[in-house]
Design a binder for this molecule. Structure first.
Ligand code: SME
Length: 160
């Protein structure tokens, strides 16, 4: 198992994702415990992009429950269709929120969070958990994040 991530400090966003995703795949290959793998994925994303908050909400019956994450403490449970995470779950699609104050129903776990991206991860065609990343800057997520975080979601789907 890799002990250090190898990411060039000068690399741009796309290059960071390109270099990171194979390292994440290698990191979680051979480990069957999902919580351990999600914990390392959250840490790898935080370490690479210095996200304000990054982690997972897991579908448990009729709500999302907080899973492994990196960052400040967060809301524990989110209802289907509520907030950005619950909406991404309900609509089974990636949502980029450039300014959280303009997203109706946004759930503010921290007032320091300004923009957000949520990517659903599927199991047998239904959402089984979501990846949520928050930034303390407005408009910090774009199609590059959506593209690569969806690639990451496809990798994770092979392990869960
Ligand atoms: N803002 C999210 C809640 C989770 S926190 O950002 C960690 C939402 O509206 O679903």
């Amino acid at each position: 198992m890799a002990e250090n991530l190898l990411i060039a400090p000068s690399a741009g966003k796309a290059e960071r994702y390109e270099v990171l995703l194979p390292q994440i795949e290698s990191l979680i290959t051979g480990e069957k415990e999902p919580i351990a793998n999600l914990a390392n994925v959250a840490a790898a994303l935080r370490q690479t992009f210095n996200f304000f908050w990054v982690g997972f909400y897991l579908v448990k019956e009729d709500e999302l429950v907080l899973g492994p994450f990196q960052g400040p403490i967060a809301c524990t449970r989110i209802q289907w269709g509520k907030g950005v995470c619950g909406t991404a779950w309900k609509e089974a699609r990636t949502i980029i929120v450039p300014d959280v104050e303009k997203f109706p129903g946004h759930i503010a776990c921290s007032s320091d969070s300004k923009s957000e991206i949520v990517v659903p991860v599927f199991s047998s065609g239904v959402v089984s958990f979501v990846l949520d990343a928050d930034s303390d800057k407005v408009n910090d997520f774009d199609d590059t994040d959506a593209h690569y975080l969806n690639q990451l979601a496809r990798i994770l789907e092979r392990f869960f």
